[in-house]
Design a binder for this molecule. Structure first.
Ligand code: 6PG
Length: 472
């Protein structure tokens, strides 16, 4: 007798936590995992005493679900998603809804969706952010796919999602096909950028000024109470506060300076290049992970390459105040670029993504949740076709007021030889955006010189060519 509301496949920690979240909200969940022992252990331990049932065959799982079946896949992006779909397909019926809750590429989601449609199966690509804790207590959920299919899962998602201060659940239908995974991809691009901006400021204050990790923990905690309040700021303070049990040092002092990446940041950059949308703060953050991974080469070069001579150390208080402004301004640039990419894709890829709604559902639950998202939501709610977030209040005014400090922090980094790829890219982005005239006139002329590519003029319409080798 089909009795269960939803199934979840893939009992990694995220999957397990989502199951427990759904169970806590009164939904009857059936679970399945490729490795039998994982299901057995979950049922015996974390799911003990809940209404969750463990299934050991796809057919058993399918038989347990009320129609139309709703099956949430929490498996590794790529081949594993296709493999699970193939396994399930013979047991499904038209109208059933498959939901991919992993970090899948939006193009894969569109492909799977079209393929399953041939059998009358409905597919939702859903970005889920918030890590393990978010999954358990309330993630931010970014669904895309057929609207009617979304309606079948909406009550579950609205129940389990994080709630922002106004009580609204952090979930909203975002658009067809891969729209949900697209928004999650851009979320992760912004996540990379904000993490990198924070790391650069940490580097300036720790390595550049010699501030202790403990003192920095206090600084970041203090900043987290103001305009920079965010989850990433909060965890930065907590991380800096933590001692290493083995050495008694701050744990950040013993962690290797080489960060990995699973691919969503890189996809964001590839897609932005494809769309022709500049996202330099985000690109620099992805590149910075690449640079960090060149540990052996950096070690070797560090013995050979020279930097600035250490001069008089700058006054810490002034640098800290400037650094705070640079961090805020850089973060605004990261959001401005991510939103610009969403806006372009929304039109070009027919996603029709509502940017105000996107900012709204990012206000709680997800990794990039931040106080400034309410300002971002308001800006797009007031003007959905806003051409740049930088020009909207209160950002325009804040970036103006912080301009001197922003530049000062970057100047200090430059002088001390501390690399600030995302911070510098942010300021260059801002300066380019506020320049009515850029030097691309010269670029146009050069292209015409060597390749007769023609150029446009400021004062009349049309394509022009100069015979550059003739006497002028
Ligand atoms: C989230 C995170 C989550 C994951 C990233 C990490 O929103 O919950 O973004 O999806 O932590 O995939 O990405 P990297 O491994 O590429 O840093």
């Amino acid at each position: 007798m089909p009795s269960h509301d939803i199934a979840l496949i893939g009992l990694g920690v995220m999957g397990q936590n989502l199951v427990l979240n759904m169970d806590r909200h009164g939904f009857a969940v059936a679970v399945y995992n490729r490795t039998r022992s994982v299901t057995e252990q979950f049922m015996a331990e974390r799911a003990a005493g809940t209404a969750v049932i463990g299934c050991f065959e796809p057919a058993e799982l399918a038989a347990a679900l009320k129609p139309p079946r709703r099956i949430l896949l929490m498996v590794k992006a790529g081949g594993p998603v296709d493999a699970v779909i193939q396994q399930l397909r013979p047991h499904l019926q038209p109208g059933d809804v498959l939901i991919d809750g992993g970090n899948s590429h939006f193009a894969d989601t569109a492909r799977r969706s079209k393929d399953l449609e041939a059998d009358g199966l409905r597919y939702l690509g859903v970005g889920i952010s918030g890590g393990e804790e978010g999954a358990l207590y309330g993630p931010s959920i970014m669904p895309g796919g057929p609207p009617a299919a979304y309606e079948t899962v909406r009550p579950i998602f609205e129940a389990i999602a994080a709630r922002a201060d106004d009580g609204a659940p952090c979930v909203a239908y975002l658009g067809p096909l891969g729209a949900g995974h697209y928004v999650k991809m851009v979320h992760n691009g912004i996540e990379y950028a904000v993490m990198q901006l924070i790391a650069e400021i940490y580097d300036l204050l720790r390595r550049g000024l010699g501030t202790s990790a403990e003192a920095l923990a206090r600084t970041f905690a203090e900043w987290n109470r103001g305009e920079l309040a965010s989850y990433l700021m909060e965890i930065t303070a907590a991380v800096l506060r933590r001692q290493d049990p083995l050495t008694g040092q701050p744990i950040t002092e013993v962690i290797l300076d080489s960060a990995e990446q699973k691919g969503t940041g890189r996809w964001t950059v590839q897609e932005a290049l494809e769309m022709g949308v500049p996202i330099p703060t985000i690109s620099a953050a992805v590149e910075a992970r690449g640079l960090s991974a060149l540990k052996a080469q950096r070690l070797a070069a560090s013995r050979l390459l020279h930097g600035p001579q250490p001069g008089e150390p700058p006054a810490r208080e002034a640098v800290e105040a400037a650094a705070r402004q640079a961090l805020y301004a850089g973060t605004v640039c990261a959001y401005a670029q991510g939103m610009a990419l969403l806006q372009r894709a929304s039109g070009e890829r027919d996603f029709g993504i509502d940017l105000a709604e996107t900012a709204r559902i990012w206000r709680a639950g997800c990794i990039i949740r931040a106080a400034m998202l309410e300002d971002i939501r308001r800006a797009y709610a007031a003007e959905s076709s806003l051409s740049s977030l930088l020009t909207a209040s209160p950002f325009r005014e804040a970036l103006g007021e912080m301009n001197a400090g922003w530049r000062q922090a970057l100047e200090t980094s430059l002088r001390l030889g501390i690399p600030t790829p995302s911070g510098s890219a942010s300021l260059a982005y801002y300066d380019a955006m506020r320049s009515a005239r850029l030097p691309a006139n010269l670029t146009q002329a050069q292209r015409d010189y060597f390749g007769a590519h023609t150029y446009q003029r400021l004062d009349r319409e049309g394509a022009f060519h100069t015979d550059w080798l003739a006497e002028g």
